[in-house]
Design a protein around this ligand. Structure first.
Ligand code: PBG
Length: 332
């Protein structure tokens, strides 16, 4: 068969595909829940994405599940922040309440809770500051308390995203010690210090008030270091790894999958969403086609799961195109 023969019509192309077609079961939808609001509020730099009230977030979860998306990843915006993010592990905190309410309404939806402090601290950094520097020891202690409170609230998975050394091990130990051995860990193993997170920081109101995140998030010049981060997280007890951002980092996705052969997610971050959305609104790009092409690229590179703000829309479009997937057991 000549190369042109392989591409002669849609049927042949479909038959010879090396990568499985995208389906709703590959997706994880991020959602934002804000304490003390009654109506949803659109995020300026992410048209179509909202901060939801507690009540609304449950409705969203129901819709997401009905579209065949197996998992959500939850981010909270508390009403009060302080220097040490002390409300982050409050039993009655907004994330803990949302987990409880969602698990009651949609028990089969897999609820992943992001474990970090940036949304809870007045300075916007992902941990506790000591001498103008994020202190690893104190922050890891705090992250473990937060993760435990999410497990108590009913989270299926916790996802530590602060990029502190040893955070996965500490969380794993706390979960086991407190009798939550089944709560899984999705490790943000390879999280680069990226300018593509800016719209997210509008969403959780967490832009750092001084400095940047380069003393804990990875330097984008490196990829051997990414392998080291990922290997350590496997040793520390992670159930799944993550690469973030996704666009521009497909070499990292590819290397990790090839070299470590471990369940792997990628996070197509807020700036990636914003770029495609903005260009589509302007009419410069075909939103659906560009999205499908981009996301298929993540799968081709080796990602098992994709976290994307487009997950809900994409699942809706796939359904319209007759590509509704059978429900399966979620991978994480
Ligand atoms: C928390 C966190 C961030 C994102 C996910 N978890 C922001 C950051 O590190 O500043 C970014 C997600 C996105 O941009 O979509 N640390």
């Amino acid at each position: 068969m000549s190369l042109r023969d392989r591409r002669k019509n849609e049927l042949t192309r479909k038959k010879l595909r090396e990568t499985q077609e995208l389906s709703a079961k590959d997706l994880i939808m991020p959602i934002f829940v804000k304490e003390g609001i009654l109506e949803k509020k659109e995020i300026k730099s992410m048209p179509g994405i909202y901060q939801f009230s507690l009540k609304q977030v449950v409705k969203q979860a129901e819709e997401i599940y009905s579209l065949g998306i197996p998992s959500i990843i939850l981010f909270g915006i508390p009403a009060h922040k302080d220097k040490i993010g002390s409300v982050a592990y409050d039993k009655k905190g907004i994330v803990q309440e949302a987990i409880g309410a969602i698990k009651t309404a949609v028990p089969r939806l897999n609820v992943i809770a992001d474990v970090c402090m940036c949304g809870y601290t007045t300075h916007g950094h992902c941990g506790i500051i000591k001498n103008s520097y994020v202190d690893n020891v104190q922050t890891v202690k705090m992250l473990s308390r937060i993760a435990l409170s999410y497990a108590c609230a009913g989270a299926d998975t916790v996802a530590p995203s602060a990029m502190m050394d040893g955070q996965v091990r500490a969380i794993k130990e706390v979960l086991i010690r407190n009798n939550y051995p089944k709560v899984r860990i999705l490790a943000y193993s390879v999280k680069y210090a990226s300018s593509f997170y800016n719209p997210f920081r509008d969403a959780v109101e967490s832009a750092p008030k001084f400095g940047d995140r380069k003393t804990y998030q990875m330097d984008y010049y490196n990829s051997d270091e990414a392998i080291l981060e990922a290997k350590l997280d496997i040793q520390e007890g992670a159930d799944m790894l993550m690469v973030k951002p996704a666009l521009g980092y497909q070499d990292i996705i590819y290397r990790i999958k090839k070299e470590l052969k471990f369940p792997l997610a990628c996070y197509s971050v807020s700036g990636e969403y914003a770029m495609i959305k903005a260009a589509s609104v302007k009419g410069y790009l075909d939103e659906k086609k560009v999205l499908l092409e981009t996301m298929t690229g993540f799968k081709r590179a080796g990602a098992d799961l994709i976290i994307s703000y487009y997950a809900q829309d994409l699942a809706r479009w796939l359904k319209q195109w007759g590509r509704f997937s059978k429900r399966t057991v979620p991978m994480i």
